[in-house]
Design a protein around this ligand. Structure first.
Ligand SMILES: O=C(O)C1=C[C@@H](OP(=O)(O)O)[C@@H](O)[C@H](O)C1
Ligand SMILES: C=C(OP(=O)(O)O)C(=O)O
Length: 446
């Protein structure tokens, strides 16, 4: 049940030329004609947009979500909430942004939800569906059926709902009473965020206890807690690995979404690899977005990073340094960091990201495969990658229906002639305007 913007399966590379299949065009990644000098304005954060839309749909009165991202993942969230009864009225639409007026209604059953390949939709919406007055069924892209769902579905069962499977597709039936639950969220922080976001509407609220290897992407849980508190929900996160949400109302708000800092990664990386300068306007002073870590990661890889009145400015020195980085907290930055590592003049080791084997694709295997296909030297470890310097040459860089694989290929293609990214349209998951923005950035070289 793929939604219309992408029919991508995600598990296997799709090479239009190698296997003779039609329809997936290769995108010749543009080589930078010189050091980039550009200001790149990023659309709204996927993670903030999808949390804000969901909280607005569960709130006690109508609210607004401004500068919300328009992308496949954000559209899937809006459609899911509509299917469950919320009124969602768009205004001020541009190709990448929209203001939503959201009017909440009692959660309606009898709906079916397409999650596409969106982790935020497949993990955040089922707890909302458990509030409905009837069954709600879920399905998504072929590869979505392989992404881990067991811990959150098991938790919903333990809290009172009935769920007929441990992965997509499944049907969920409430009511969910809430209470205390233990789960292993080492496969994805979204298992915790999903439960917390709807928990105030459960009769008993929720206490979620994580037990297992460390939870990845912790800033995303902090984002959840922060946004819940802004909506007047009482959350106690004072004990490690335990989150308590009191039952109560979720207050309607007028929220403006921050730019997507994770999607800034390939553009800022372009400054580093071309020895140019890229400014991202409206970089927040304070944020729970993990993408803010780019300031430190890029500096460690050789960039000069400065806050200027317009935003964040990153300047490259024309060489990229290797890095030793535990990216557990900011795992969605791995594809960009790996692309930079493949262009670095020293070895790199990325660790702490075993769980990204369960992201849009197995990102560890995909990155090693595609870097090596271009002649690079990347090897997999259990929880990351070791990448050593070796000259790269042109070839097809497969994207595996993974937006961040596609943009990683674009970064390498800036300085390696002849790189062709398969299925660049997959960037529509979070950044539909990527090809235009990339061309515009490169138009301003010199
Ligand atoms: O809650 C969120 O918005 C996200 C959490 C993270 O997931 P994982 O914990 O599975 O890494 C992140 O990688 C993903 O892109 C978005
Ligand atoms: C892991 C990601 O997405 P999702 O929200 O689908 O998990 C990502 O965007 O890097």
């Amino acid at each position: 049940m793929a939604s219309p913007q992408s029919a991508s399966g995600g598990a296997e590379p799709r090479d239009a030329h190698a296997d003779g299949s039609a329809g997936v065009a290769h995108w010749p990644a543009p080589v930078a004609p010189g050091p980039v000098r550009a200001t790149v304005r990023l659309p709204g954060s996927k993670s903030v947009t999808n949390r804000a839309l969901l909280l607005a749909a569960l709130a006690d009165a109508p609210g607004a979500v401004r500068l919300a991202l328009r992308s496949r993942d954000a559209d899937l969230m809006a459609s899911a909430l509509r299917a469950l009864g919320a009124e969602m009225a768009p205004s001020n639409e541009t190709p990448s942004g929209v203001d939503w007026a959201v009017t909440p209604h009692p959660v309606r059953g009898g709906a079916s939800v397409d999650v596409g390949l969106a982790g935020t939709v497949m993990r955040f919406v089922p707890p909302v569906a458990a509030l409905a007055d009837g069954p709600v069924s879920f399905d998504g892209d072929a590869h979505a059926r392989k992404r881990p769902m067991g811990p959150i579905l098991g938790a919903l069962r333990a809290l009172g709902a009935s769920v007929d499977n441990d992965a997509l597709p499944f049907t969920i039936r409430g009511p969910v009473a809430g209470g205390e639950v233990e789960l292993d969220a080492s496969v994805s922080s979204q298992m915790i965020s999903g439960l917390l976001l709807a928990a105030a509407r459960f009769e008993k609220g929720v206490t979620v206890r994580h037990s297992g290897p460390p939870v990845p992407s912790m800033p995303h849980i902090e984002m959840t807690v922060h946004m819940l508190r802004q909506a007047g929900v009482e959350v106690d996160d004072s004990e490690a690995d335990v989150w308590r949400v009191q039952p109560g109302t979720i207050r309607a708000r007028d929220v403006t979404v921050e730019p997507d800092l994770s999607n800034a990664a390939p553009f800022l990386a372009a400054a580093l690899v071309t020895g140019g300068t890229v400014v991202v306007p409206d970089w927040p002073e304070e944020t729970t977005q993990g993408g803010d870590q780019l300031r430190h990661l890029l500096a460690e890889m050789g960039a000069s990073v400065t806050r200027v009145p317009e935003g964040l400015r990153v300047t490259g020195a024309g060489r990229v340094r290797g890095i030793e980085a535990d990216l557990r907290d900011v795992s969605e930055l791995t594809p960009t960091v790996a692309a930079l590592a493949a262009l670095a003049d020293g070895p790199s080791r990325i660790s702490g990201v075993a769980h990204i084997r369960g992201h849009e694709t197995d990102r560890i295997t995909a990155l090693a495969t595609e870097i090596n296909r271009l002649g690079g030297d990347a090897s997999e470890t259990d929880d990351g990658l070791v990448i050593r310097p070796r000259p790269l040459s042109g070839g097809v860089f497969h994207s595996y229906a993974d937006h961040r694989m596609a943009t990683a290929g674009a970064v390498i293609g800036l300085v390696v002639p002849g790189v062709e990214v398969e299925d660049i349209a997959t960037t529509g998951k979070t950044l539909p305007e990527f090809p235009r923005m990339w061309a515009e950035m490169l138009g301003s070289t010199g």
